[in-house]
Design a protein. Structure first.
Length: 238
């Protein structure tokens, strides 16, 4: 059972982190409120065996870059700051080191749905917001599931043309649009890397490509933040 002393130590640690981020222009009052209502974990040195008490499966791992703060990392992946501290057993969360790896709790490990360059990035495109990324590929190129999950939609959907939507860990959904053909059905469970569709040009599309989205609770997020790159790795937790 946690003692009153260990509770105060954990709260004090997060307060120091919040004050540090405030000086950097970051506000994290929500994290403190969450921590005060949560059972504290161990406040000693980080567990040598690595993060624990997370759901089974593959989770995103972030490689800390120079100048990054824990609050900035939490905002990037839309995760709770206090959960990030607890998941990684951070005794001094205001002193994360460049090159250190952090498990991002509740965020699945995604892979690229096909090998291609991004032809149109996430964000503002003309007068509209582009809610995903476009990946050019030949018609009929296999499209893979970016992570384990369950198919929640497979069929035509307006400007998206033929689209597949897959529900993942932590409220995340991946979207695969403009397909020539969908190869999975609603309620089907798929593993990461399974071929779920073929590249096409259905819906509002001028050439064969994949429009790929990652959403959390229906909010479109920049997929590139969650896909393997120079500062993102993957880990299978024990």
């Amino acid at each position: 059972m946690p003692t009153a002393v260990s509770t105060r130590l954990l709260i004090l640690t997060v307060i120091v982190l919040l004050l540090t981020d405030t000086l950097l222009g970051c506000s994290s009052q929500k994290a403190l409120r969450e921590l005060q209502t949560r059972k504290p974990g161990r406040t000693g040195q980080p567990d040598e065996a690595g993060p624990r008490d997370l759901p089974q499966g593959r989770h995103l791992v972030h490689l800390v870059k120079r100048g990054e703060t824990l609050s900035a990392i939490a905002r990037r992946y839309h995760v709770d700051l206090a959960q990030l501290v607890e998941a990684n057993r951070l005794a001094r969360p205001n002193q994360i080191r460049t090159g250190e790896t952090l498990v991002i709790p509740g965020v699945p490990h995604f892979i690229w749905p096909l090998q291609s360059e991004v032809s149109s990035p996430f964000g503002k495109r003309g007068r509209r917001r582009h809610t995903g990324i476009d990946l050019l590929a030949d018609r009929g190129t296999p499209i893979q599931s970016a992570a384990d999950g369950q198919v929640i939609f497979s069929g035509p959907n307006g400007n998206y043309g033929n689209v597949v939507m897959i529900q993942h860990l932590g409220g995340f959904v991946s979207v695969y649009a403009h397909n020539k053909a969908n190869l999975v059905k609603v309620n089907q469970y798929v593993s990461q890397g399974k071929v779920i569709a073929e590249v096409g040009s259905t819906g509002n599309s001028t050439a064969p490509h994949l429009h790929f989205e990652i959403r959390k609770h229906d909010e479109p997020l920049n997929p590139v933040f969650f896909l393997p790159g120079v500062d993102v790795a993957s880990s299978r937790l024990p």
